[in-house]
Design a protein around this ligand. Structure first.
Ligand code: PLP
Length: 405
């Protein structure tokens, strides 16, 4: 059962006020708030368990290693990967994509090749590819989007050519909320033997992800967008590809044997985890995933769909308000603009009224360019948000409109 009052009790920050008003936090696509269990896991590690992991023979090091590796297993279960060594810990989705762009790109990209993306990618799934493409004299190809903010899949099969080396695409758009038909795209790409990377940064907190069922080759996400800590993220990769790819960074932990002449690299996942990892946050990620699983992604998705539906209807009642991103399949993210009011001005006033939304291009400038707008106001919901909070946002938006009229 989904008990919203109990869930809200789990998040201490929701008790605070801003400008003497209760906090209404609708910037969940940027980062989610943390339940007490995650905060406790971080404090417990530093208060009681702190030690470097993987190499120590002493008690604390072994306990830490065990907890960190338990977390890897928890990620494996959470996304239903085949093996825990296919889970690489990174700093976040951005680093996961950089890892694949750099390592996969070094191994497989050559002059004239293409990386296929979509028109709704976050900069994190554009710029790393541009960097490696520049080095390899390869280029980006882009699946366009429609007015509703969905992928334009007309002629999609023709976009996979003998030059295409990888499809890298977002599961859920952070700017529009669109849920992409990634299973269909993965199946098409695989028909042409093209591997697929899914940017799941906006998906894992809203949808049940099963990498085995999807059959994607890479899947990545950030801990902090799924109620976990910042500074920890995940790259899932199929064993065969990860084995073939060269290391991303060199250093301690990722080696088996080092001499001045030659280094033998460690096995997966350590080959891709150079240096002391982010131990505390890695351990606390398990607490976050366990928390989400205890509520159940199915229940979360149902509840958030209700919030999305409620907010969309309320917003559409406001004169001069336009929603960007009206896909049939959407996560709980709404981007909109008020006629003749700059999103930054609206966002600043909403903030003073206690409503935290995001304004701007949301690190997805190509979509904003496509719509011909400077940015949007984005309200993004999480499992602890309520209809009453949405009512509060609507009232505040009406105040914004009054102030500008
Ligand atoms: N991809 C998408 C779709 C995102 O929304 C974000 C962050 O907003 C990222 C990637 C990058 O995530 P991070 O900054 O946590 O690495």
């Amino acid at each position: 059962m989904f008990d919203i009052n109990k869930i809200r009790q789990d998040f201490p920050i929701l008790k605070r006020t801003v400008y003497n008003r209760p906090l209404v936090y609708f910037d969940n696509a940027a980062t989610t708030q943390k339940p007490q269990v995650v905060i406790d896991a971080i404090s417990k590690y530093y208060e009681q368990d702190n030690a470097n992991i993987h190499r120590g023979v002493h008690y604390l090091s072994q306990m830490g290693t065990q907890a960190y590796e338990e977390s890897r297993k928890a990620v494996k279960t959470f996304i239903n990967a085949e093996h825990d060594y296919e889970i690489i810990f990174t700093r976040g989705a951005t680093e996961s994509i950089n890892l694949v762009a750099s390592s996969f790109g070094k191994k497989y990209l050559k002059q004239g090749d293409e990386i296929l993306l979509s028109g709704m990618e976050h900069h994190s799934n554009i710029v790393p590819w541009q960097i490696i493409c520049e080095e390899k004299e390869a280029k980006l190809a882009v699946i366009p989007i429609t007015d509703t903010g969905e992928l334009n899949l007309t002629d999609i099969e023709k976009r996979f050519t003998d030059k295409t080396k990888l499809l890298a695409i977002t599961h859920v758009s952070n700017a529009l909320g669109t849920i992409n038909p990634i299973k269909r795209l993965i199946d098409i790409a695989h028909k042409y033997n093209i591997p697929v990377l899914i940017d799941g940064a906006q998906a894992v907190s809203h949808l049940k992800v099963d990498v085995k069922e999807l059959d994607c080759d890479f899947y990545c996400f950030s801990g902090h967008k799924v109620y976990g800590p910042t500074g920890i993220g995940v790259l899932y990769g199929k064993e065969k590809l990860l084995e073939e790819m060269p290391p991303y960074q060199g250093g301690g932990e990722m080696i088996r044997k080092v001499t001045f002449e030659k280094t033998e690299y460690s096995s997966l996942p350590f080959k891709f985890e150079a240096g002391t990892p982010n131990i505390a946050d890695g351990i606390a990620l398990k607490a976050a995933l366990d928390y989400v699983s205890s509520i159940g992604l199915f229940n979360i998705a149902l509840y958030e769909a209700e919030l999305l539906h409620y907010a969309t209807n309320q917003l559409l009642n406001i004169n001069g308000l336009k929603i960007y991103g009206t896909a049939k399949e959407k996560a709980a993210v709404i981007s909109f603009l008020l006629e003749n009011i700059h999103p930054y001005d609206a966002g600043t006033i909403l903030d003073k009224l206690g409503v935290a939304v995001r304004t701007g291009h949301h690190c997805a400038q190509p979509i904003m360019d496509w719509y011909g707008i400077p940015g949007t106001i984005r309200a993004s919901f999480a499992l602890y948000n309520t209809k009453e909070e949405i009512d509060g946002m609507i009232k505040s938006l009406q105040k914004v409109i009054e102030m500008f009229s």
